[in-house]
Write a protein that binds this ligand. Structure first.
Ligand code: NOJ
Length: 536
């Protein structure tokens, strides 16, 4: 298995910086407008130079792409838009040679409606063993014309769809993503097989999609607001699945990261017990507004909830589902909430970018591992995707009020002056989502040439983070600081200070300034929305 060469611990994942690749939008090797594995392979030197330890790939499997590949038709095949299985194997091997582990994304809650199992289930009819792998039910009402229960969707809209023979099937997401029945032994066996399939191909880890949703109330009883347990979120039985997955991963030395959105920290930590998942995404941190008190509380809560189970924290600012950091931090409301996403929310990009730079240093200095979503190292803003080009089902299912998630999924700009119309994303002119016309300054080549760029900041920060023993997993302690300033000590003489107040802040006594997200003022004070790393 690929264990990237990190200096501080044998458990590389406890301090890793993991770069999230959204393959459709990273680099287009064959010029058809869609990013692919050939494109990633060609850009591996870029990722190695950036200094990341591992790559998490959102699903690259065969898929009709109704939900960006989270509708998987075959977990053992690579979608032709992305390449071939042989190419994925090469990519895993080449990344490993560059000291970079590969994490694949497994989607166990649902499959595509084009998956062989679901097609068989539709054909086989009510009461068949094929239907037992899903949640098929007769409807309610006199003629079965009403859905079997009232469960709310994760994507707004209905959670049940009726098939021509009159039965309904459950889908927490789109109708093209039928939910699997996790109390069925074949469903469990199949996924363990799929895990083995990818571990045997040398992947270092697996990201688990919708990890808290797999098991459902056996009677599929109605959802009653405020009652415990929820009929499909975080059911106790789910832990049994992860215990057997952990035993399997341990055979290969592979690690898990769970997509666990749970506000209750004690319930969240249960997924991270020593015989379950290694890590889970920190969505409380991702959703937290740019506010010193709120951030400090979130950091403290995170560390407190991870400590009893001995799991390292993860720090996440952005991913393919949420608003780009530079845009979010420039808004009046700097937190993130799916429910309040609207078109045309004003933002001050200069302010947001300044804060995103400071947030990069904050995040990379905290104890644990860090997830870096592609394009964040370029400071990309959320793009305004024209209405007629939007593809995300979240937009359509909201009745058009939610702009959806395409704005953070726009193909990366690589070359400011590329001959083609896609800033060097690929040889074609038309990427699958249009890039804004003013993205030349964000291009990798421009930023490489500019020591003040976001890319230069990330490169330097990652380099230091690798070489300084104070970073990564380990203790941290808060230092006294003025209102609105976060200052902490990571041991080994390493300090981090972030000024979120309006006033310039005096730096604590120190020897050397290692890195700053922006210049100090003429009096040597730390300006607002700026962060520094100091050697004590
Ligand atoms: C979470 C993924 O991150 C998101 O993109 C997807 O739409 C849902 N799970 C459903 O698989």
């Amino acid at each position: 298995m690929a264990a990237p060469d990190t200096p501080r611990t044998d458990d590389w994942w406890r301090d890793a910086v993991i770069y999230q690749v959204y393959p459709r939008s990273f680099a287009d090797g064959d010029g058809d407008g869609t990013g692919d594995l050939m494109g990633v392979r060609a850009r591996l030197p870029y990722l190695a130079e950036l200094g990341v330890d591992a790559l998490w790939f959102t699903p690259w499997y065969l898929s009709p792409m109704v939900d960006g590949g989270y509708d998987v038709a075959d977990y053992r095949a690579v979608d032709p838009a992305f390449g071939t299985l042989a190419e994925a194997e090469k990519l895993i091997a080449e990344a490993r040679e560059a000291g970079i582990g590969v994490i694949v994304d497994i989607v166990p809650n649902h499959v595509s409606d084009q998956h062989a199992w679901f097609r068989e289930a539709l054909k086989a009819g009510p009461g068949s063993p094929e239907r037992a792998r899903f949640h098929f039910r007769p409807g309610r009402g006199e003629n079965g014309e009403l859905p079997p229960n009232d469960w709310p969707s994760q994507f707004s809209g209905n959670t049940w769809t009726r098939v021509p023979d009159g039965e309904w099937y459950l889908h927490l997401f789109t109708p093209e993503q039928p939910d699997l029945n996790w109390s069925h032994p074949e469903v469990r066996r199949e996924h363990e097989d799929v895990l083995r399939f990818w571990f045997e191909r040398g992947v270092a880890g697996v990201r688990i999609d919708s990890a808290a949703l797999l098991t459902k109330d056996p009677d599929l009883r109605d959802f009653v607001e405020g009652t415990d347990p929820h009929p499909y979120i975080d059911q106790d039985e789910i832990h049994d699945i992860y215990r057997s997955w952990r035993a399997l991963a341990d055979e290969y030395g592979g690690v898990f990261v769970g997509e666990v959105w749970l506000p209750d920290s004690e319930r969240f930590a249960r997924y991270l017990r020593p015989d379950e998942l290694h890590t889970a995404f920190n969505f409380n941190f991702l959703s937290c507004p740019w506010d010193a008190d709120r951030l400090r509380r979130t950091i403290d809560d995170t560390l407190a909830e991870h400590a009893p189970v001995g799991a390292p924290a993860t720090w996440v600012l952005c991913n393919h589902d949420v608003t780009r950091t530079a845009t979010r931090y420039g808004r009046a409301d700097t937190g993130f909430d799916f429910a309040t996403k609207r078109f045309g929310t004003p933002t001050d990009l200069a302010l947001g970018t300044r804060r995103a730079r400071a947030a990069a240093l904050l995040t990379l200095a905290l104890p644990g591992s860090v997830y870096l979503y592609q394009g964040e190292e370029l400071g990309l803003p959320e793009a305004d995707v024209p209405l007629d080009r939007i593809q995300d089902p979240m937009h359509f299912r909201s009745g058009g009020t939610d702009p959806g998630r395409d704005g953070c999924r726009v193909p990366l700009p690589w070359e400011a002056e590329a001959e083609t119309g896609s800033y060097g994303f690929g040889a074609g002119d038309e990427p699958w989502l249009p890039q804004p016309e003013d993205w030349a300054p964000y291009a990798v080549d421009r930023q490489t040439a500019d020591p003040g760029s976001m890319l230069a900041l990330y490169r330097e920060a990652l380099l230091l983070r690798r070489s300084e023993p104070g970073f990564g997993d380990g203790p941290m302690s808060w230092l006294p600081a003025p209102e609105g300033v976060l200052a902490f000590d990571r041991g080994h003489g390493l300090l981090c200070v972030v000024n979120l107040s309006e006033e310039p802040a005096v730096l604590p006594p120190h020897g050397r300034l290692l890195l700053a997200s922006g210049p100090l003022d003429s009096e040597g004070l730390l300006p607002r929305d700026t962060a520094v790393w100091l050697r004590a």
